[in-house]
Design a protein around this ligand. Structure first.
Ligand code: ZN
Ligand code: ZN
Length: 371
């Protein structure tokens, strides 16, 4: 349960963002944003089935939901007036826009389906023909990018659970074990140890599968000398974690040892580059340049990292383009990798908190090889 003070503070910060964009009303539909601003915990079962939305103006806040969630909504979002609809989210909007005298409405363009966008726009035009709807990509996410102390604490605990899950399988990794069984052991450990869920289905990728950054665990058995990429995360009290280690079955060959060493060096170089005030593109480059100079540039095809919080992938992205100036108490992953098609790969992923003069690595378990 979130304290009233925290909700109040987040709402005032969001209203400042709305004022900056000259919006009188904002419709919040992204489940993480809805929770962040109101405390309403319901999840959406799928993109086309919303459990509700917030309608925020400079002086009022409403939570629109249906009968199934009425009781939870009133209890969890105690600072919101709950409005129950029976014919879908779009149904009450026309009247509400009229009452609120909405002229400039902001919506989450990166999330609303085209159909829902059209319904919202129609309701707004019916209520007030001169009104306009503006689509944004991440206004609430702008606030979520900096973590509050309590959020950092939950992220830490979530990562601790993830590390325990990894340790529980790490000791039992062996030649002949199936990827799918290992993935299930991770998942069941997280669920049985108090996690809400996994933050994404675990990746267990052995041998040639390890060259696929997002490989799906299969019935393949681990073979001698191979790398096994284990990428996993838990969700605890809604906060996500995400980490990767690469296990090696027995004695690695020369090239595997070499790429492992380079990936680890790249990770350390990026961690060294992180500090408040630094541009995320330069942090990405710290790892990318090192990998390129070692001759493996074309085999590191994804971004260096991403923010983690209520969502497992959120702002800021650490990649080649779209730089963000890092700020204190952003939480990001640092996950360089080298993927050699058909042969295998190595990825190592830590989570760090940006500080004023560097970063704090949130991982407690190393599980790195000294190559
Ligand atoms: Zn990961
Ligand atoms: Zn990640």
């Amino acid at each position: 349960m979130m304290t009233e003070g925290r909700i109040h503070d987040r709402l005032s910060r969001f209203r400042r963002v709305m004022a900056r964009e000259q919006l009188d009303t904002f419709l919040v539909a992204v489940p993480e944003n809805r929770f962040y601003l109101s405390g309403f915990q319901a999840e959406d079962l799928q993109l086309t089935e919303s459990s509700g939305a917030l309608l925020i103006t400079d002086s009022s806040q409403l939570l629109l939901t249906d009968f199934r969630y009425k009781e939870e909504a009133e209890e969890q979002a105690s600072q919101f007036r709950v409005h129950v609809y029976s014919e879908g989210l779009a149904q009450p909007l026309r009247d509400l826009f009229q009452t609120l005298r909405t002229e400039r409405l902001g919506v989450e363009g990166h999330f609303l389906t085209w159909k829902r966008f059209q319904e919202v726009e129609k309701a707004l035009k019916d209520a007030c023909p001169s009104a306009s709807v503006l689509a944004f990509d991440g206004l609430v996410e702008e606030l979520r990018i900096i973590k509050e102390p309590e959020e950092i604490e939950w992220i830490r605990r979530s990562l601790e659970l993830t590390e325990q899950a990894l340790l529980s399988v790490w000791e039992k990794l062996a030649i002949g074990r199936k990827e799918r069984d290992i993935a299930w052991s991770i998942e069941s450990f997280i669920r049985c140890s108090g996690g809400d869920s996994v933050s994404f289905p675990p990746i267990v990728a052995s041998g040639p599968h390890a060259s696929l950054p997002h490989a799906v665990p299969s019935d393949r058995e681990i073979q001698a000398g191979e790398p096994v990429i284990l990428d996993l995360g838990s969700r605890l009290n809604r906060y996500c974690s995400d980490m990767t280690r690469t296990w090696i079955a027995g004695t690695p060959g020369k090239q595997l040892k070499e790429i492992y060493h380079i990936v680890r060096e790249a990770q350390l170089a990026a961690q060294d580059a992180i500090r408040a005030g630094e541009d995320s593109v330069r942090v990405d480059a710290a790892a990318r340049d090192l990998i390129a100079e070692a001759g493996y540039g074309e085999y590191f095809g994804h971004g260096l990292g991403h923010g983690v919080g209520l969502a497992v992938h959120e702002k800021p992205g650490l990649r080649r383009t779209e730089g963000t100036v890092l700020q204190e108490n952003m939480v990001v992953t640092v996950e360089p990798g080298i993927y050699l098609p058909g042969a295998g790969g190595v990825r190592l992923e830590n989570m760090v908190r940006v500080t004023s003069n560097g970063c704090e690595v949130l991982n407690r378990q190393d599980l790195f090889y000294p190559y």
